[in-house]
Design a protein around this ligand. Structure first.
Ligand code: AMP
Ligand code: ZN
Length: 473
């Protein structure tokens, strides 16, 4: 399997450190607001990677943090704490906010068929781990105390790593002009490991530390949580592309300085979901949630389908029209699957091998989900029996998570219900015939009367090019 690695800027063959277990870490949500569908694009694509690794036969230990402390309004360590901001907005405590939005996040993930990672760790649960790492960094000369805070000293590194294969606008996040410089920093790229003092109102939650009562910086939480649950060697680290700099850069700096060796082999970055007016973000602009999609009558799985139709390393533009098109395509796909008869079973081995090969070729090539979706249509078109087709569709859906077989079954059941309510009745059939005759003779009054009389008895006539059927309301 080849995966694009932002660290090497090439598609590299994926080989885990330990053939028995892939350790995969995902930057989790900052739980001060609902996740927007842009955030969820990242989680959908990371879910595909997680599921495809399992499908390919790997054991996976997937870890995700919940950022409930330390993420300031600016990714460059300035501004108010985002959690405190959320708490103020809603007049609740930080912990109440964290609980509420963590639950909301996993509800949304459930609706989008995003599997919950094996380990979900709130940042506030690992304070001793961060303190231990920071102490070691100070001992090794990679960190210093200034103005009450502890900073990582980026100048001590041979190389301060920057993923630079994406837009300048993404890189700007940490070094934007106009951002208030923190005069405690010795170098521009230094970052906070532990805060005891901030120019802004402090985070409500604080812990004792060797440097005074305070709270951890945002970056240290991902290194600490990852090492706690994945050990010293990480196979894949994922996040949205905006996390690449400064967050992931700083994670690499502090983890490798602490460990004294290379930390993570693969970096997977999901590009943004944009709206016409720009990037979707929690702090500004239009903010679309899964609940909003549902209120507007959309099936959240149609949004997942929409995301899978494009590659994760390309920006994706969201519009209602695009979502309508995806919904239409998804509903058609389900209707076609509903037309297949029989039970899922491999009857035609050759067809199975050929079609499965197309699917795995697509995903082995840097998770090309749009080609994997095309493989679904290939199955439907292929000259083979329905049982093999159903088996393949169910098999592919272990990765794609589109509810294909269940949705098709539900559609068939709903259609059977409709059919049931249209039983035969010789009296009604006779009236339908009379109405057809009346229409032929252009006796519209009689035709309408027959229809209206039936309507009054709760019977609706349905005219189509194939004739007239009826339903009891
Ligand atoms: P946050 O909750 O803000 O920490 O973000 C959660 C995840 O969503 C991170 O991996 C971000 O990089 C990612 N993300 C943020 N905005 C977008 C967007 N517009 N499109 C895709 N992913 C995003
Ligand atoms: Zn992170």
């Amino acid at each position: 399997m080849k995966l694009y690695n932002s660290a090497t800027r090439s598609k590299d063959e994926f080989v885990p450190n330990d053939p028995e277990m892939v350790h995969m870490y995902t930057c989790g949500p900052t739980v001060y607001h609902y996740a927007h569908i842009g955030n969820l694009r990242s989680y959908i694509m990371e879910d595909i990677l997680d599921k495809y690794l399992r499908y390919a036969g790997y054991n996976v230990n997937r870890v995700m943090n919940i950022t409930d402390v330390g993420h300031l309004a600016s990714d460059a360590d300035t501004g108010e704490d985002k959690m405190l901001k959320g708490a103020k907005r809603e007049k609740k405590s930080v912990l109440e906010i964290a609980k509420y939005y963590t639950d909301a996040f996993f509800d949304d993930c459930g609706k989008l068929n995003i599997r919950t990672p094996d380990v979900v760790e709130p940042a506030t649960e690992c304070i001793p781990e961060y303190i231990q790492i920071i102490e070691t960094l100070i001992e090794k000369g990679f960190a210093y105390v200034a103005g009450g805070n502890v900073y990582f000293d980026a100048s001590k590194l041979d190389k301060y790593y920057i993923f630079n294969d994406f837009d300048v606008e993404d890189l700007d996040v940490g070094v934007r002009e106009g951002v208030l410089e923190d005069e405690n920093k010795r170098n521009r790229n230094d970052f906070v490991l532990w805060f005891t003092k901030s120019k802004f109102e402090d985070q409500a939650l604080k812990w004792d530390s060797p440097w005074g009562e305070g709270y951890p910086g945002w970056h240290i939480e991902c290194s600490g949580i990852s090492m706690k649950h994945c050990g010293e060697y990480l196979d894949i680290h994922c996040g949205g592309v905006d996390n690449a700099f400064p967050h992931h850069t700083n994670e690499i700096a502090q983890s490798e300085a602490y460990l004294g060796h290379k930390w993570c082999n693969f970096w997977m970055h999901v590009h943004h979901l944009n709206i016409n007016s720009g990037k979707m973000s929690k702090s500004s602009g239009e903010f679309l949630t899964v609940s909003l999609l549902e209120e507007k009558g959309y099936n959240p799985i149609a949004y997942r389908f929409f995301c899978l139709q494009s590659h994760y390393r390309k920006n994706l533009v969201f519009s209602w029209e695009n979502l309508d098109n995806a919904t239409l395509a998804y509903d058609k796909l389900i209707a076609r699957i509903a037309g297949l008869k029989g039970e899922p079973k491999i009857v035609d081995e050759a067809a199975f091998a050929e079609l499965k090969g197309r699917f795995t070729d697509a995903l082995d090539n840097d998770l090309n989900t749009s080609l994997a979706v095309t493989a679904l249509y290939d199955v439907l078109k292929y000259k083979t029996d329905d049982s093999t087709k159903l088996y393949l569709l169910g098999d592919f859906d272990r990765v794609l998570g589109l509810n294909l077989l269940n949705a098709a079954k539900a559609l068939n059941e709903a259609n059977a219900e409709t059919d049931k309510s249209c039983e035969s009745d010789p009296e009604i059939e006779k009236l339908i015939l009379q109405r057809a005759e009346a229409k032929k003779e252009k006796n519209w009054a009689l035709a309408d009367k027959i229809r209206d009389d039936l309507k009054a008895q709760g019977i609706t006539l349905i005219d189509s090019k194939d004739g007239t059927t009826w339903c009891r309301e």
